[in-house]
Design a protein around this ligand. Structure first.
Ligand SMILES: [Zn+2]
Length: 176
């Protein structure tokens, strides 16, 4: 298991679409375990493969953040079956550090996906879990939650993102 490097906004790779998974092999299992490691390391509750520069339709989530297998969700090639109602919470994103914003989402979602073995299953979710699913599935189509905000808010964040990028660089240099 390894912690992978995250891509950060405004990296253009985050705006690319991801391809469906066709091979349910060991390298997929490795990818999923690395994604969980990376997500827990940065204290996120969800991560999509494009955030670590892998353009495959793979999402991992643990909204409890406690590493219990029964709380870990893996969605491979997920597709919405239904969306109902509206809801919003303050969302954040590991690829957009230091920003939180409310985005209008569906309240209840049902999603069809495959597991790590390629078996199909359906999951229905509400509340935080439903919002997390929508946020992560957006990543697979190259959409970030910041894309929903006004140009002014995006510009404000860009300055902050540049500062955070400089701080990350400095921290990386100092840890060498
Ligand atoms: Zn995100």
């Amino acid at each position: 298991m390894a912690i992978r490097e995250l891509l950060y906004y405004p990296d253009e790779h985050l705006h690319l679409s991801s391809a469906p998974v066709t091979e349910f092999d060991e390298s997929l299992a490795d990818l999923v375990s690395d994604m969980f490691e990376t997500m827990y390391h940065d204290e996120g509750i969800g991560l999509a493969a494009p955030q670590i520069n892998i353009r495959k339709r793979v999402v991992v989530m643990d909204i409890e953040g406690d590493r219990l297998p029964e709380h870990q969700i893996v969605l491979i090639n997920p597709e919405f079956v239904s969306k109902e109602g509206t809801n919003s919470i303050e969302e954040g994103c590991l690829s957009v550090p230091g920003l939180r914003a409310r985005i209008s989402r569906a309240e209840n979602v049902t999603v069809k996906a495959q597991n790590i073995k390629g078996e199909f299953f359906t999951i229905s979710a509400t509340g935080l879990q439903a919002i997390c699913i929508q946020h992560e599935m957006d990543h697979l189509d190259g959409h970030l939650f910041i894309d929903y905000l006004s140009a002014m808010k995006k510009n404000l964040y860009r300055a902050k993102a540049a500062k955070l990028a400089r701080e990350r660089k400095r921290a990386a240099r100092e840890s060498q």
